[in-house]
Design a protein around this ligand. Structure first.
Ligand code: ATP
Ligand code: MG
Length: 366
């Protein structure tokens, strides 16, 4: 049985539909991320799980027990749900020591003195705060405060921990370090985690599974590799990484590859390109070709006639990014980004050729 089951979850605020019907199962010990743009309903979903919002429809179960069910009229108060929470504004109590901040959750659950002492010390060691247990919370760095918030959420061994953009107030370097620490800790403790972020890099490096959301709906659920390599639609392709998207018309299929045509500009015959995906598309259907900048090869001289997916165009501009070069190339009405790891001398207006493997590009239908 999955640890968390969400079924048909809907939440409206007046006319605004924040969550439009979500179904999601999360397994014991899994780290699942809700990823999507601002306003797509991530926080509202999390707040429904926490018992901080009453949904308009749906049921949420933890280990098979409904904690919210609109139909059955069940709604457990937040403090009666065995959940830990870490939010963006990690309000640590300034007038308390680190130890007391973390022990608080055990005190309100009426744990005994000995148990409080043991569990709090253990968790503080786990998050690397054992040395500063007696310090007042105001005397801590941003990263240390974030660790206090985390220790507080896990000290009473909740069934699930909910995180809402917990690292977004930290500077970039600390944020990257804390991502790694958080995942290490999560694996060590084995606690089931639901993590909200709008940062795709964060979601891809931290998660067992990523749930991509848009406008209150799930667009795709998958492990990071699948989400990155096989986005289910143009929204996911666009949101997850920098992808080149080209709109065209489906032609035909041969084996696992589909062929589609794309406008090449006035007077020019359309571009015919092949790629994976669009398994159910029929001739004439609108499709979107998605190809990643790092999967395109740039040639200074024309590639052989039989090379698949040949394009010709001219350089718009180039930007050095340290260990690679970003080029923008105009191909008819399209602007295509190419990422190169070797540095050619390229000048705007220069004629170049592009090729990409059909297996590295995807045709998407919506
Ligand atoms: N208390 C509220 N009253 C009215 N509308 C709300 C309320 N809370 C959220 N909304 C609306 O519901 C939608 C979803 O909001 P939510 O906070 O869940 O988005 P989010 O994905 O967490 O976004 P962000 O990345 O900006 O935090 C938004 O359009 C928001 O304006
Ligand atoms: Mg939010």
């Amino acid at each position: 049985m999955p640890t968390v089951e969400i079924e048909g979850l809907i939440k409206r605020f007046g006319k605004e539909v924040a969550v439009a019907g979500i179904d999601l199962n999360i397994e014991q010990g899994e780290f699942v991320t809700l990823l999507g743009p601002s306003g797509c309903g991530k926080t509202t979903t999390l707040r429904c799980i926490a018992g901080l919002e009453h949904p308009d429809a749906g049921e949420i179960r933890i280990e098979g027990e409904p904690i919210t069910s609109v139909e059955k009229g069940i709604f457990l108060n937040p403090e009666d749900r065995n959940l830990g929470m870490v939010f963006q504004s990690y309000a640590v109590w300034p007038h308390m020591t680190v130890f007391d901040n973390v022990a608080f959750g055990l005190k309100i659950r009426r744990a005994g003195r000995r148990e409080i002492q043991e569990k709090t010390s253990k968790v503080l060691d786990l998050v690397g705060l054992g040395q500063v247990a007696d310090r007042y919370a105001t005397k801590l760095s941003g990263g240390q405060r974030q660790r206090v918030a985390l220790a507080r959420a896990i000290v009473y061994s909740p069934q699930v921990v909910l995180f809402d953009e917990p690292l977004s107030n930290l500077d970039a370097k600390l944020r990257e370090q804390m991502r790694i620490e958080l995942v290490r800790l999560q694996h060590e403790v084995g606690i089931t985690s639901i993590y909200v972020t709008h940062d795709q890099a964060e979601a891809l490096v931290m998660s067992d599974r990523v749930v991509v959301m848009n406008e209150g709906l799930i667009q795709q659920i998958g492990d990071p590799e699948t989400i990155y390599a096989r986005p289910a639609n143009a929204f996911v392709a666009n949101f997850i990484g920098v992808a080149n998207l080209m709109e065209g018309t489906f032609l035909s299929r041969s084996g696992k590859l589909g062929e589609a045509q794309f406008p090449a500009g006035e007077g020019a015959p359309p571009l015919r390109l092949r790629a994976l995906g669009a398994e159910a598309a029929s001739a004439g259907q609108r499709v979107i070709l998605s190809m990643r900048p790092e999967d395109i090869t740039l040639h200074l001289t024309a590639p052989p006639e039989d090379a698949p997916n040949r394009l010709s165009g001219e350089i718009i501009d180039t930007v050095y990014q340290g260990n690679f070069l970003d080029c923008q190339v105009r191909v008819g009405p399209h602007e295509i980004g190419v990422q190169m790891d070797h540095f050619e001398q390229l000048t705007p207006g220069q004629r170049v050729h592009l090729t990409f493997e059909p297996e590295h590009a995807l045709l998407l239908t919506e």
